[in-house]
Design a protein around this ligand. Sequence first.
Ligand SMILES: Nc1nc2c(c(=O)[nH]1)N[C@H]1C(S)=C(S)[C@@H](COP(=O)(O)OP(=O)(O)OC[C@H]3O[C@@H](n4cnc5c(=O)[nH]c(N)nc54)[C@H](O)[C@@H]3O)O[C@H]1N2
Ligand SMILES: Nc1nc2c(c(=O)[nH]1)N[C@H]1C(S)=C(S)[C@@H](COP(=O)(O)OP(=O)(O)OC[C@H]3O[C@@H](n4cnc5c(=O)[nH]c(N)nc54)[C@H](O)[C@@H]3O)O[C@H]1N2
Ligand code: SF4
Ligand SMILES: [Mo]
Length: 692
Amino acid sequence: MSTPSPAISGTHVVRGACPHDCPDTCALDISVSDGRVLKVAGAADHPPTAGVLCSKVAFYPERIHHPDRLLHPLRRVGGKGPGARFERISWDEALATIAGRFRDIAATDGAEAIVPYSYAGNSGLLGYGSMDRRFFHRLGASQLDRTICASAGAMGYRGTIGASLGFDIENVVDARLIIIWGSNSVVSNLHFWRLAQKAKRRGARLIAIDPLRTATAEKCDQHIALLPGTDSALALGLMHVLIRDDLLDHDYIVRHTLGFDALKERALNYPPARVAAICGIDESEVEQLACAYGSATPAAIRTNYGINRTAGGGMALRTLACLPALTGAWRSPAGGILLSSSGNYPVDTAALERPDLMPRPAPRTINMSTIGRDLLRAQPPIKALVVYNSNPVAIAPQSAEVVRGFSRADLFTVVHDLFQTDTADYADIVLPATSHMEQLDIHKSYGHLHIQVNQPAIAPLGEALPNTEVFRRLARVMGFADACFADSDDDLCRQAFDWNDPRLAGLSWDKLRTEGHARLTLPRGAAPFADGGFPTPSGKCEFYSATLASAGVDPLPDFIAPREWRQSPLASEFPLALITPPARNFLNTSFANSARFLAQEKSPAIHLHPSDASARSIADGSLVRVFNGRGEFNARAVVSDRVRPGVAMATSIWWRKLSPDGRNCNEVTSQALTDMGGGATFYDCLVEVARC
Ligand SMILES: Nc1nc2c(c(=O)[nH]1)N[C@H]1C(S)=C(S)[C@@H](COP(=O)(O)OP(=O)(O)OC[C@H]3O[C@@H](n4cnc5c(=O)[nH]c(N)nc54)[C@H](O)[C@@H]3O)O[C@H]1N2
Ligand SMILES: Nc1nc2c(c(=O)[nH]1)N[C@H]1C(S)=C(S)[C@@H](COP(=O)(O)OP(=O)(O)OC[C@H]3O[C@@H](n4cnc5c(=O)[nH]c(N)nc54)[C@H](O)[C@@H]3O)O[C@H]1N2
Ligand code: SF4
Ligand SMILES: [Mo]
C-alpha cells in the first residue's frame, strides 16, 4: 500500500512519524543523502497527513542539523543555572557517575528519593515510555504522575464516555454543524482543520468557543468568546434549553444513558440568563447555540485540552461529553464528540513498561505539575531527578519554586535532551539525545486512527543516544539482569501492541515495518456509539457516574468556578484572567530555540483588550510587567480586540534564557491542581499588568 513520495535525485526516502505532542501524528517522507536530512514532507498516502505538514516540521532539517545539538555527554563544572559551564565526558564516565550516585542515594535515602521526570517531547511508544519505565520500576524510584497536560480532561471525559474515544475525524466532512470547543485547530490540530473546512465547503456551519478570537475562531461562522473556565456552565445552559424546548432524542436517552432525571434537575438550575452571567456572554448566544446544536444533524463537537487547564477542567470535559447523548448526535458517523482518539489503540502498556518490576508496596507517586513544590518540600526529600522528553524549568507552573528546587545544591540532576534547555542548565550530567530521525519507533495518535512506524533515517549524530538505549545501558551498569533489559528497539516495537486484538486484525509488526503505516481495522464511516455500547461500568453514557462518586467527586455534571475567579477578592488586586496557549511557531518549548521561529514570534507578548490597555495607559508595543503574588515576567503589549475585556493572553512557551528578562509566563502560573486527575491549572491565573 504505502509508496513514499519520489526522492530528490541522489537521495533516498525514509518513512518517519512526527514525534511531537500533537494530535495529528503525521507520517513523514524524509529525504536523506550522505547522512543528512535534506527535506521532510508529509506522506501523501497517509490519509490524516495527506501530504501536508505544519510550518514547524516542514523545516525539520534545520532542527536535526542545528549547530546547537548536544553531541556528547557533559558534566557541569561550577554553579547551576543560566550560564552554567560544562565539560565533555565519555558515556562510560557519565553512566558510571549516574549509577554511583543512584547506588549511594538508594543506600542512604532509599531509591524512592530518585524521581524520573518525563513527558511527551517524544510521543513514540518507545520514546515516551518503555525501557525508561522498566528501569525506574526495577530501581524502585518514585513513580511520576504525568498530569501536566491532559489528565483532568481525560478523567472527566472517561467519567461520561468510559474511555478516550469519539467520532472518527475522517467522517467529519459530512457534518452539518461543527463546534470547535476550546481548541485552536489552525495552530494545534491543523489536519482536523483541513477536514472541517471541507465540511464547511459542503455547507457545514462552524462555531468556535474560545475566550480568544484565534486564527481558528476568525475563520468560523460564529465565535462565542466566553470567559476562561466557564465551559461547563455553558454546556449546562445548552442542556437547559435542549430539555426546556424538548430538542432531545428520548429513545437514545432511554436506551443508552444513565441518570437523565438527575442531570435534568441539575441543568434546570442553569437557565440561559444565569449561564450568560457566568460565561460573560449574551443570553441570546446560549439560546441560539442550543437551538443550532439541537436541530443540526450530524453535529460534531471537536474539543481539546485547552478547556482542562482551570480548576474545574475535569468537570468541563465531563459535562461537554454529555451533550451528544442528549440529542442522539452519536447516531451519525459525523456526529458526537472527540477529545482524544487514543483509547482506540490496543497498546500493551504492561509489556512495554513492566510495572511488575516495581517493589511492593509500590513507591510513592510525585505529581509532575507540582515539581517546584515537591523539590522543595516533598517528604522524604527528592535527592535525584532524571529529566528526559521535557523541559520543566520552562514549562512547569510557578517558575520561582521550580527554579529554587532545581537550584538545590544537594539535588543530583540528569538531563537527557537534544539541546541545552533551561532545564539542562541545572543538570549535573547532560546526556545527548537522538532526534526521532536517528531512531526506530512506533506511534499511535490521539487525533486519528492510524499507526505509524518511524524508521531511522540517519545515523545518530555525534554520540547521541535514544531514550531506550540510555536506560538499557544504565540498567547494565546498575547490574539489572532481568531479560527485558536486553530487548532491542525492534523487540519493543513488537511488544508495543496486542497484535491479537481485533482492531489490529491483519496487521503485524513485520507488515507495518515494511509498509510504514496503517489504519486500525476499525470500520470506516461508522458511528462508534450509534447503538450505545459505551465502555463505562454501566455500558451507558453516564450522566450519573458512580465511579466518580466513589473517587470523591460530584457524580453529576456541574459548574466549578476557576480557583482564581474574577469575582473573588483576589481579583481586586489582580483583575485580568491570563491564559497562555501555544504559539503557532513553537511546540511547547520545542522549536523555541530556532532563529527562524523566534523571528516569527518576535518577542514574548501579552495581548490586552483596548479598554484594559487604556485603563493602564499601555500603548501597543510598550514593554509591560505581568505579575501576581507568585512572580512576574516582562512582555510587549499587543493591544487587540482578539482578547475580550478582562482576559489577557500571552503565547507560550518561551525559553527563559532566550527571553529578554530571563523569565517566562510560568512565573505567574499556579501549582494548584484540577478537580480531577491532579492536572495543572495553567489557564486559571489572575494577574495585573503595568508599564515597565
Ligand atoms: N503549534 C503548536 N501546536 C501544538 C502545541 C504547541 O505548543 N504549538 N502543543 C501541543 C500540545 S502539548 C497540546 S496539549 C495541544 C494543545 O492544544 P489544545 O488542546 O487545542 O489546547 P490549547 O492550545 O491549550 O487551547 C486551545 C484553545 O483553547 C482556548 N482556551 C483557553 N482556555 C479556555 C477555556 O477555559 N475555555 C475554552 N472554551 N477555551 C479555552 C485557548 O484560547 C486556545 O485557543 O496542542 C499541541 N499542538
Ligand atoms: N504556561 C503554559 N505552560 C504550559 C502549557 C501552556 O499551555 N501554558 N502547556 C503545557 C502542556 S499541554 C504540555 S504537554 C507541557 C509540555 O512541556 P514539555 O513536555 O517539556 O514539552 P517540550 O517543551 O516540547 O519539551 C520536550 C523536550 O523534550 C526534548 N526531546 C524531544 N525528543 C526527545 C527524545 O527522544 N529524547 C529526549 N530525552 N528528549 C527529547 C525536546 O528537545 C524538548 O526539550 O507544557 C505545559 N506547560
Ligand atoms: S507537529 Fe503536528 S501537524 Fe506538525 S508535523 Fe507534527 S503531527 Fe503534523
Ligand atoms: Mo500538552
